[in-house]
Ligand binder design. Structure first.
Ligand SMILES: Cc1cc2nc3c(=O)[nH]c(=O)nc-3n(C[C@H](O)[C@H](O)[C@H](O)COP(=O)(O)OP(=O)(O)OC[C@H]3O[C@@H](n4cnc5c(N)ncnc54)[C@H](O)[C@@H]3O)c2cc1C
Length: 403
């Protein structure tokens, strides 16, 4: 058995940010960063533009840090290394090669995997689930052979891949989505219909109000069947129906709730010395209330840094995050700020969608909950963040006054 001060499980952005957070406050403590992917940690959020765009680049382009950075910072990076067991009481983890590591503190940063629908044919050849650099590189290879692509889903991953693939020569893209518009949750029905029309004008075939029934083919995908009874031929399908947290390592422990690993405002779990960050962490939301698990890049970065600082024992920082993320489809850059988990009771649109520049403000019972921006400057986005940060506390005060 080897002994280390810190064990970080998962070498995605949450895990790497935790290492950065530790090193900012503890230059000497020994750190093992174990991840089961083979590539150096990379910008998962940049995978599509970097690998699927018209000018697709190399894997090095998306690295978070090069190998020299990990060496210089004395971070023992174990790639291609699955952590198979963890004893949360005795602080011992076991790696796939059988080696055991005793640690003082650990950070769980196992991220998510693509959700697989319970339908027939989900394991046929050419049915893709996108999560890793390898998945996206494999897709790129197959797209050169199969140019009828069906994207299943209506979230960011679905719309981003559809937009990038539709811009490749000879590739015909369809989107199969159960909603009546695109991104209606963020844009509302009218602008959601406008976005659907935008995709159609870019040559993407939309099959809206359709649910997946199954994939057909002997060993490789031939057709996609829908619950309506309709069927389309497709040589390649991309299933983008959301993600679920990777909690296999902690299954059966209090760290594996169905909605993630519960952490307190310092990102520590109920098990002393064990922290959790990124896509798996279910944290108390100081701004909108309740608990939230937010599967987006900026959240994992900030949580990693804070958990790392807190693990060092030199700091005690609370996680106080305003949900935000961004996405680009064709020439439309969207920023999403705030809480879109519940449907708005009123939407206010500012700007002109014909000019591809607008903002949609979401209200629930008169209170601003979130703003979707399309091609808007950073100042406006920062102003909305400040407004959203201010109101809940202001609202609480106003409610108190009315009593
Ligand atoms: C293709 C794609 C595009 C995206 N684009 C955007 C975007 O544009 N904007 C945005 O805000 N967000 C985006 N996201 C979401 C964002 O990438 C995630 O929120 C973020 O990567 C979460 O970081 P994480 O460190 O928690 O998890 P991950 O990045 O998933 O990293 C976790 C790592 O841990 C490894 N692991 C799991 N279990 C073990 C184990 N037992 N032992 C060892 N290793 C293990 C996993 O294999 C993985 O490598 C995208 C996600 C995907 C998949």
């Amino acid at each position: 058995m080897i002994r280390r001060d810190y064990l970080i499980v998962g070498a995605g952005i949450g895990g790497v940010s935790a290492c950065e957070g530790i090193r900012e406050h503890d230059k000497k403590g020994t750190i093992v960063l174990a991840g089961n992917e083979t590539a150096l940690p990379y910008h998962r959020s940049q995978l599509f533009p970097s690998q699927l765009g018209k000018r697709a680049g190399s894997a090095e382009q998306v690295q978070i840090h090069d190998a020299a950075w990990f060496a210089k910072n004395h971070i023992e990076l174990r790639l291609d290394t699955l952590v198979t067991q963890i004893n949360l009481e005795r602080h011992i983890a076991v790696l796939a090669n059988g080696q055991a590591i005793e640690f003082r503190k650990a950070c769980m940063a196992m991220g998510s995997r693509a959700r697989r629908p319970q339908v027939a044919g989900g394991n046929l050849g050419n049915v893709f689930y996108l999560r890793t650099l390898r998945d996206v590189q494999a897709l790129r290879e197959v797209v050169d052979l199969e140019n009828e692509v069906a994207v299943i889903g209506g979230g960011c991953i679905a719309l981003e891949t559809a937009a990038l693939l539709a811009q490749l020569p000879k590739v015909k893209v369809s989107i199969l989505h159960r909603g009546a518009q695109l991104w209606a949750r963020y844009l509302g029905p009218e602008l959601g219909a406008w976005l659907a029309d935008y995709y159609t004008k870019q040559g993407v075939k939309l099959m809206l109000n359709q649910s997946l029934s199954g994939f057909e083919g002997r060993t490789v995908l031939k057709n996609i069947a829908m619950k309506s009874g309709d069927r389309i031929s497709a040589g390649l399908a991309i299933v983008a129906l959301g993600a679920e947290p990777n909690l296999g390592l902690v299954a059966g422990t209090p760290l594996a709730y169905p909605h993630g690993t519960p952490v307190n405002e310092y990102l520590e779990t109920d098990e002393k010395g064990i922290f959790a960050v990124g896509d798996i962490a279910s944290y108390p939301d100081k701004i909108f209330g309740g608990v939230r698990r937010f599967e987006h890049w900026p959240c994992a970065v900030e949580q990693g840094h804070i958990a790392g600082a807190n693990m060092s024992g030199k700091k005690r920082i609370k996680f106080d995050f305003l949900p935000h993320f961004s996405s680009t489809v064709f020439d439309l850059h969207f920023d999403f700020v705030g809480d879109f988990s519940r449907p708005a009771t009123r939407l206010e649109v500012e700007g002109d969608h014909a000019k591809k520049k607008f903002a949609v403000r979401h209200f629930i019972l008169g209170h601003l909950m979130g703003v979707t921006f399309c091609n808007q400057p950073a100042e406006k986005i920062e102003a909305a963040k400040a407004e959203l940060r201010a109101w809940p506390r202001g609202k609480k005060a106003a409610v108190e006054e009315q009593k």
